[in-house]
Write a protein that binds this ligand. Structure first.
Ligand code: 5GP
Ligand code: MN
Length: 338
């Protein structure tokens, strides 16, 4: 975060406005971690802060300090709309376009409060008074740390804030294995540990609190794995019937897509998950190296994301969607062929 960002942010905070923090729809560890991490910091320096999420987030993130204070717009639309109306400053965290906040997009477009975007996705929209966007960053949680540092507030980072920010660092870097993990990311992780985050416990809460059904759903997903060696690609499907059979809950399929990439030689992995309620197939794409799944998601699946991790959707059937996916691979043959 540069000095000009910090100066303008300080100005916005100086009047002590009621602050509202917003993560993207279907919030992940980085979205919830950055909201709650920033909430704990701002509260520690005397601000009035609320977190408003478009919808639910997975059980494996509910341990985060402050998680029970998050207000869900799908459950409490009137309270949520009131918070937006009354806010004097709104932070949007871990997304680059208001549409990514689902049903909150419309009320946010009507909001009169100035906005601050902190985000690491490519191509940020131009809606905020302060846009702190940096796609080279490992996570929005890392950016929140830099933001707090620029405000001179690192000394006010307590164990609750540190734990939430560490959780976002951990999840968005794939446990510090993605190339977005820099020496600075690791130094920040170390500092958060010194401020009270307990890495072994955070890792256990996120990755080792599975229900048996989830592991069995993983078995089902892996048995559906299809490998296309001519395109160094592997993909997984899960039908609504398979999800129902395993008592699917939000977050259960998190990380499944990465199993495709764990195959030797595979550089593009996908998962296609049927959602009959929303009448869509939700798509997650992952890649290794220079192949941009952000470009593929934008061009073919109404989505976006980062170069190596992106998502999107299709309104065709599961079968039609995977057939279309297979057929577009030839467009990328030059990059995908071994
Ligand atoms: P995931 O596959 O874990 O849902 O998402 C991977 C990345 O792609 C995340 O950074 C997420 O923000 C982005 N992403 C996922 N779904 C969508 C989508 O429908 N639209 C856009 N623009 N980005 C998405
Ligand atoms: Mn993120």
């Amino acid at each position: 975060m540069n000095a000009e960002h910090a100066r303008r942010l300080n100005e916005l905070l100086a009047t002590r406005p009621p602050i509202l923090l917003i993560p993207h729809k279907n919030p992940d560890g980085d979205a919830i971690g950055s909201c709650l991490g920033l909430m704990h910091y701002l509260q520690a320096v005397g601000h009035q802060v609320s977190v408003l999420a478009p919808n639910d987030f997975p059980q494996f993130l509910q341990w985060m300090p402050g998680a029970s204070e998050v207000i869900r717009f799908d459950r409490q639309p009137e309270a949520g709309a009131g918070l937006i109306r009354e806010a004097g400053l709104i932070f949007t965290l871990d997304f680059n376009a208001l549409d990514r906040s689902g049903a909150l997009a419309e009320p946010l477009k009507q909001a009169t409060a100035p906005m601050v975007m902190i985000d690491h996705h490519q191509s940020p929209d131009d809606y905020a008074t302060v846009t702190y966007s940096d796609p080279s960053m490992s996570s929005t949680c890392e950016m929140v740390y830099h933001c707090i540092a620029a405000l001179g507030g690192i000394g006010k980072l307590n164990a609750d804030a540190a734990s939430c920010l560490y959780a976002g660092l951990l999840t968005d870097t794939g446990s510090f294995k993605f190339p977005s993990t820099s020496p600075i990311t690791l130094r920040i992780a170390a500092d958060l540990m010194e401020r009270g985050a307990v890495p072994s416990e955070i890792h256990r809460q996120i990755y080792d609190t599975n229900r048996p059904e989830r592991i069995q759903l993983l078995g089902c997903a892996l048995s559906n794995l299809k490998i296309l060696p001519q395109y160094r690609t592997a993909y997984i499907t899960l039908s609504q019937e398979e999800l129902d059979r395993h008592n699917f809950r939000k977050g259960d399929t998190e990380g499944f897509v990465n199993y495709g990439l764990s195959l030797d030689g595979v550089i593009l992995a996908a998962i296609f998950i049927e959602n009959t309620d929303e009448e869509i197939v939700k798509i997650s794409l992952r890649s290794q190296g220079d192949f941009s799944v952000n470009a593929m998601a934008r061009a073919h699946f109404e989505g976006g994301g980062h170069i190596n991790a992106a998502g999107g959707r299709s309104t065709e059937s599961l079968k039609e969607t995977t057939l279309r996916f297979e057929s577009i691979l030839s467009e990328y043959a030059k990059d995908l062929q071994p």
